[in-house]
Design a protein around this ligand. Sequence first.
Ligand code: DGL
Length: 222
Amino acid sequence: MGMKIGIFDSGLGGLSVLNEALSKLSEHEFLYYADVKNVPYGQKSRDEILKFSFDAVKFLIKNGAEAVVIACNTATSVAIKELRANLSVPIIGMEPAVKKALTHDAEHRVLVTATPITVHGEKLKRLISSCDPNGLVDLLALPRLVEFAERQEFVSSAVEAYLRDAFAPYRFADYSAIVLGCTHFNYFKDTMRQLLPQNVRLVDGNEGTVEELARRTGLRTQ
Ligand code: DGL
């Protein structure tokens, strides 16, 4: 018998985590919770995000989830500590894959993109100070990508213009990677790829999150 695993995001972004989980843990059952009523979280208050996260995770547990993945960097940033302290199932969070990017290349700069809440949160500051002794990481909030994703506008001239503008201040010859620190940003890899030089890799946290899920639950990945 497989395990029942809950996956929660504010909206469509966490589907990329679900996709990774389905390919690595296909014999298990997944419940996906998208808080479409309250998305975007990235521009809400921390108190609101805390409440939404508790409601979502409790709903998943009530419906049989034996472990829950917070497939949302923003909700993880705000709520993971409180969720773990108050709920009894394993709760797996998601953080921007800064370590992964710096492990691959510790000499060039890394641009971490995320929502404003994640970018300004203490959790990301702590993560960066633990793994970036040389000050190679820059931060960029891209809140409009969440809005584009929720209206399923994944490729358009407006998306391209927004990203072109946001990337304009950076000299990408100095960068090895852009970290996609919001699950919604996965939908824009094609447009980013077109705008960026080849030396810049796009790094997401999906694989690492599913590995962590397997580790915390003792499940074997395929
Ligand atoms: N998908 C979420 C994340 O990974 C946030 C999107 C939102 O602003 O709701 O951060």
